[in-house]
Write a protein that binds this ligand. Sequence first.
Ligand code: ADP
Ligand code: MG
Length: 317
Amino acid sequence: MSEFSLIQRYFTRPTPGAVLGVGDDAALVRVGSGMELAISTDMLVSGTHFFPDADPFMLGHKALAVNISDMAAMGAMPRWATLAIALPAEDEAWLEGFSAGFFALADEYHVELVGGDTTQGPLNLSVTIMGEVPQGQALRRDGAQVGDEIWVSGRLGDAALALAHMQGKLLLDDASFISVAANLHRPAPRVALGMALRGMAHSAIDISDGLLADLGHILQRSKVAAVIQLDKLPVSAYLQPYLAHALGRQCVLAGGDDYELCFTAPASRHAEIEKLSAQLGLPLNCIGKIVAGTGCSVHAADGSEITIRETGYDHFA
Ligand code: ADP
Ligand code: MG
């Protein structure tokens, strides 16, 4: 199959939300009046972000999910994506699975694939996503203020727990593993939450490298510090028994790949955020507060400070 019939077959779908989609030198999109374009790129590299034999459907889902999650973290509505893909060989079964996983999630979030690039090489998946957000309303990392409460969505650490099991660092029973692995393989980007937080949250980020690392980005950009309560961190029943061990704490504080949102909001919004949680059917937990200074301290239930060494994943550390 030629490069062009491959693109035609696996990556060309109708794009009614774009002026021009796949097939020309560039795609054309029109942003609504009063809207800003939010743009983000995330790359998944074989051996770094996934095992080379990873299920292609899952990879298609994940390559797009991690990008949609960035739109969620900005409070943007995801609209269009481009896909740059390097493939070691033309493998139709793989392409079939990958594109099915990609488009299943794209359909769910009304994202249109409007272009990309296809080349031969070591497996590498790079998605650029574009979304719309009303002017001035994006949720940024630099808006946290002293006195803000710090919140996280969903449960933290299950993806890292699944990975720890796959790496033989602990042993989960089959049913538990299947449940926590769903978080690793099929993260659900929190777009509705991000959009609902416009005008409510002062800052937001999606947790891709671990809570401490990603909250750390908010603290740095906002020039503030944080105090978080270990016992307030939302964890699943699967992770709970491991919290007494360093490995469990590491999963919840430094485990990436959950793609939940961490955001800060004034305390006056507390009740509204709890109401939003009920509306969305999504746990939103207040885990601490923003204070003056630098860095993040983690406190135990008795108020004592816990020393944490692991801060998250850094590709070059
Ligand atoms: P060019 O030579 O101008 O870079 P290409 O031959 O690379 O164009 O691509 C032809 C068309 O197919 C373009 O519209 C491009 O955006 C699109 N395209 C290429 N690869 C992909 C892909 N993996 N997914 C979606 N669209 C793609
Ligand atoms: Mg090209």
